[in-house]
Ligand binder design. Structure first.
Ligand SMILES: NC(=O)C1=CN([C@@H]2O[C@H](COP(=O)(O)OP(=O)(O)OC[C@H]3O[C@@H](n4cnc5c(N)ncnc54)[C@H](O)[C@@H]3O)[C@@H](O)[C@H]2O)C=CC1
Ligand SMILES: O=C(O)C1=N[C@H](C(=O)O)C[C@H](O)C1
Length: 233
């Protein structure tokens, strides 16, 4: 596979190393300030850039008929526009807030637990996400996905960052040097707490998942998710 990497930071560099080990070629890397690039020769593009750049990068890929894997978080208010553009261009697109296998299993566990807890009004749910201090967005995309999984399966209506409001899931965002990503969902009653937690030890799980998604999307048309790629649940 000939891959274009949009964003050549911590994730871009981790993906480059793993992709080469899997026999792929990196034919283009794009980083800050490179606004004029030719992506048309890539089989697939993988975007791990910044929230302000993600939308333009996805548009460039779809307009050039290049399938795009988007891992950048913090731009989701434009997600529906990207879905429309993908369908209009008969393109191929996957966004995932978290590409790691472990977190995608954790998403399923979170959904099942939310269903079990729905009738148990003595428990209140809360979430904590911990990330490195360079992270630009809060809460993390993964925390938002976890909150959406709970909202779909409970009486909670929304989430709220670093605050407490009725019927909203409180998410605490903590920034600590060098933490790749830790997410905890807690259900607390007066007598006990149930925690489920995922801890990333490094970025390799995110990178491998994104490469597997890129390998999977070649030859497909449409908007997909990691559930389609991993064929789970
Ligand atoms: N979905 C997932 O599994 C994961 C998502 N992420 C997300 O991926 C994004 C990148 O994460 P990191 O690599 O850790 O950040 P990073 O800060 O190390 O790298 C981002 C890179 O994007 C570059 N950039 C800035 N403007 C750009 C533009 N217009 N076009 C292309 N590149 C541009 C920056 O100069 C930087 O080198 C973040 O939004 C993060 O939340 C991170 C890890 C896993
Ligand atoms: O910025 C990061 O580093 C990460 N971002 C993603 C997110 O916002 O959920 C995924 C992972 O937690 C690492």
């Amino acid at each position: 596979m000939q891959i274009a990497l949009l964003g050549y930071g911590k994730m871009g560099k981790t993906i480059e190393k793993l992709a080469i080990e899997r026999g792929h070629q990196i034919i283009l890397t794009v980083d800050k300030g490179q606004n004029d690039f030719d992506i048309s020769k890539a089989d697939v593009a993988i975007d791990f850039s910044i929230p302000d750049a993600a939308v333009n990068n996805i548009i460039t890929c779809l307009r050039n008929n290049v399938p795009v894997i988007s891992g950048t978080t913090g731009w989701l208010e434009h997600y529906d526009e990207m879905v429309d553009l993908c369908n209009q261009k008969d393109g191929a697109f996957i966004y995932a807030s978290n590409f790691s296998l472990g977190v995608n299993i954790f998403f399923e566990l979170n959904t099942q637990l939310a269903k079990m807890m729905k009738q148990l009004s003595q428990y209140n749910v809360s979430m904590e996400e911990i990330h490195h201090t360079q992270k630009l967005d809060a809460p993390s995309g993964t925390a938002i996905s976890l909150a959406e999984g709970i909202i779909e399966n409970s009486n909670y209506t929304d989430w709220v960052l670093d605050a407490e409001e009725d019927e909203k899931i409180p998410i605490k965002a903590v920034r600590t040097p060098d933490v790749p990503g830790t997410h905890t969902v807690s259900y607390t009653s007066h007598v006990d707490t149930i925690d489920i937690k995922h801890t990333a030890h490094n970025r390799q799980g995110f990178a491998l998942g994104a490469i597997i998604a890129a390998e999977w999307i070649i030859g497909k048309k449409g908007v997909f998710s990691m559930k389609d790629v991993l064929n789970i649940a």
